[in-house]
Design a protein around this ligand. Structure first.
Ligand code: ZN
Ligand code: ZN
Ligand code: ZN
Length: 359
């Protein structure tokens, strides 16, 4: 009894010469068998041999939560030795793929029982599967994208930015993300004025005031799949410089989106966005990669970054999020999630990208 995704993993393992894969908690487990659980000191581990049935080891008390009829389940009791049970299954393996999120304590204890196998991160295998989204996955991503677009549409009308703290606006964003259909809101960056120059700013007590540029970057999960969108707002009218920088980032966003096509190396999308910003003299202030893959994790392969020569393929889902960060002044970022389709980028975020003036 194996899921079709486990079968595809086994095909990859055979091609790469991997005898066994061990996946603990995390997105790979969710992807392969539709089960997720908290990472705790009692080990949960999916053992996948290159041939034959996979087995999921779970603590007895968590076994009732495992979906039935998906994979063979071995529930271990408090006095059992689950690492020993796992080691028995892996014993004859020369090469083992280990889940990226397996705790080192489990891996160290497992290795004590094995005869020095070659180890590789399981993501070398699973990324090849997870990077190419199927229709159901794209549908979930699309619904998540549409939901955060609806939040953006409500934003300028529902409350003023001026006079409220970043934290208050962030709380509103999280609430609206859930109201619009997400199961959970996972993050909301609200960075006003000079705070915007820190791309991952933690919203704080800064009171938003007239003239501020405000970066809002937020998202959550809907049916397990992430949204992640950024728009930059202007509280009242802006300085000429802020307008110019926003227009530039917008241009970089469009150029990168237009460059998306199957067969184009990931780094070429990054270069396209960066070229626009560099040519205008702001290159040193675009301090991060252009994007990241997205799916069951908010950041996953493929990464849209210099050095990644991997070619885009239909079904890849990733962000395009150029930004310019001017220390002591402000920041601007415009982020969309796109899917690589056969004829170009299919944008899952379509909220206006122009500078929106709010009260
Ligand atoms: Zn980020
Ligand atoms: Zn984001
Ligand atoms: Zn992002």
């Amino acid at each position: 009894m194996n899921t079709s995704r486990i079968t595809r993993l086994q095909e990859r393992m055979a091609a790469d010469g991997i005898d066994h894969t061990v996946i603990s908690t995390g997105a790979d487990l969710l992807y392969l068998i539709g089960y997720s659980t908290m990472p705790l000191e009692r080990i949960t581990a999916l053992s996948v041999p290159v041939e034959g049935d996979a087995v999921l080891f779970v603590p007895r008390l968590e076994a009732p939560r495992v979906p039935e009829g998906v994979v063979e389940v071995v529930a271990w009791d408090e006095l059992d030795d689950p690492i020993g049970m796992l080691a028995d299954r892996c014993k004859a393996s020369d090469a083992i793929a280990i889940g990226d999120h397996m705790w080192s304590v489990f891996l160290i204890r497992l290795l004590e029982r094995l005869d020095d196998p070659r180890l590789v991160p399981a993501s070398e295998l699973t990324r090849r599967l997870r990077e190419v989204k199927d229709e159901k996955e794209i549908d979930a991503l699309r619904r998540a994208g549409a939901a955060v677009d609806r939040v953006l549409a409500r934003l300028p009308e529902e409350f003023p930015f001026e006079g409220r703290t970043e934290r208050q606006v962030a709380e509103d964003l999280r609430r609206m993300v859930v109201e619009e259909g997400h199961d959970e809101a996972w993050f909301a960056i609200v960075a006003a004025g000079p705070n915007g120059a820190s791309p991952h700013h933690e919203p704080g007590d800064r009171v938003i005031s007239r003239g501020d540029v405000v970066v809002c970057d937020f998202g959550g999960t809907l049916d397990g799949y992430y949204s992640d969108v950024t728009r930059t707002f202007s509280v009242g009218e802006l300085s000429e410089k802020a307008r110019e920088v926003h227009a530039l980032v917008h241009q970089a966003n469009i150029a990168a989106r237009d460059a998306v096509r199957p067969g184009v190396p990931c780094q070429e999308i990054d270069r396209t966005a960066r070229r626009v910003i560099e040519e205008a003299g702001y290159g040193e202030w675009f301090i991060h990669r252009t994007g990241h893959g997205i799916g069951l994790e908010v950041h996953e392969h493929p990464y849209i970054v210099e050095g990644n020569t991997e070619e885009l393929a239909p079904g890849n889902a990733f962000s395009i999020e150029p930004g310019i960060y001017l220390p002591g002044e402000f920041g601007v970022r415009i982020e969309d999630i796109v899917v690589c389709a056969t004829d170009g980028a299919d944008s899952l975020n379509n909220a206006p990208r122009d500078l929106v003036v709010v009260g």
